[in-house]
Ligand binder design. Structure first.
Ligand code: ZN
Ligand code: ZN
Length: 79
């Protein structure tokens, strides 16, 4: 079982935690876990794209999976 801090989703999101497991080409595998179980699922990347990047060095696309809970990855850290 993975510790919560490896979770890549927004802090205090709903549902299972998630972390990118493997990525090859268009296919991503995400590990998702709760206190009691974990699964590895093939997912589609989130289509979220930042409208206007404040800092061009930041990622402009969401690195999470489609339908993830919480905010897009590019919005995390902006509390
Ligand atoms: Zn989590
Ligand atoms: Zn997203």
């Amino acid at each position: 079982m993975r510790p919560d801090y490896e979770c890549q989703l927004e802090f205090r999101h709903n549902g299972p935690h998630g972390a990118l497991g493997q990525q090859c080409d268009e296919i991503e595998w995400w590990v998702r876990w709760t206190l009691r179980a974990s699964t590895v699922d093939q997912v589609t990347a989130c289509p979220g794209v930042r409208d206007q990047p404040d800092d061009p060095q930041d990622d402009e696309t969401c690195l999470l999976f489609e339908g993830h809970p919480g905010r897009h990855s590019f919005d995390l850290g902006q509390w």
